[in-house]
Ligand binder design. Structure first.
Ligand code: MG
Length: 248
């Protein structure tokens, strides 16, 4: 009887592990009414959905403050060329101030069950990319959020730097040109590619899984695309419609 129970537990665990899990792209902002992408409110909304994680983007002001914002610009201000005090003068569309990474992580820490998917944006200077990466990793360690954070970047340099600074951190590459084998050889943990890349390379999800890599796809907003990727065993989707896919 005990043996049967253990087998059932194993099967159940395998089934749970086989589910495609949901990550809210820039938080869950696509609500009624909409709120601002990458805002604290969008992170709170994602936390309420009880999904796997909430993704957000990290940039650095001219005077070295880490902020959460997708675009290189905040209004007309180029973030990397503007001091933090000036960036704070312009509010987001929902009335919040542009969040610091520290404030964002503080909100994230309130619900340890929702992972924080940290995207560090590429910069045209490698030295500056390394500085943003070092500061981000140091802050996450200081706030003891190591096990709640995972990392993604379009910059291979940033991905490699994270692994150098914190080999245990999970890092996935976003750009899409490297095969699963190349991701493995680069020492990264997974591939988080646009869904068209998986359509063009239909063997990559199974190849990645055979190599023990994490598979993730962005930005999947169409139910049919989601279900197709799910049938191929994709681990995660990053989506603007996390409420639509949750439980499907
Ligand atoms: Mg992003």
């Amino acid at each position: 009887m005990k043996k049967v129970f253990c087998s059932l537990t194993l099967v159940t665990t395998m089934f749970i592990n086989a589910q495609t899990q949901i990550i809210a792209h820039r938080g869950f902002w696509n609500t009624q009414p909409k709120t601002s992408e990458n805002s604290i409110k969008a992170l709170e909304n994602a936390q309420q959905l009880k999904i796997y994680g909430a993704e957000f983007d990290v940039q650095m002001s001219k005077d070295g403050v880490l902020v959460v914002n997708h675009d290189e610009h905040h209004g007309k201000m180029e973030i990397s060329q503007t001091d933090f005090s000036d960036l704070r003068k312009l509010k987001l569309s929902n009335g919040e101030k542009i969040p610091t990474l520290k404030d964002y992580l503080k909100q994230g820490k309130k619900d340890a069950s929702v992972k924080l998917i940290v995207e560090i944006k590429p910069i045209d200077s490698e030295a500056r990319e390394n500085e943003v990466t070092e500061k981000t990793v140091a802050l996450i360690k200081k706030m003891k959020l190591e096990s709640q954070c995972e990392f993604i970047s379009f910059s291979l340099n940033i991905c490699k730097q994270i692994k150098k600074l914190a080999p245990d951190f999970k890092v996935q590459y976003l750009r899409g040109e490297l095969s699963p084998q190349q991701i493995k050889e680069a020492g990264l943990d997974g591939l988080d590619y646009h869904y068209s890349v998986f359509e063009k390379n239909p063997t990559w999800i199974s190849e990645a899984k055979a190599l023990g890599l994490i598979t993730n796809s962005w930005t999947v907003n169409d139910l049919d695309v989601y279900l197709k990727l799910k049938s191929q065993g994709l681990d995660f989707v990053t989506t603007n419609t996390p409420d639509m896919f949750n439980g499907k």
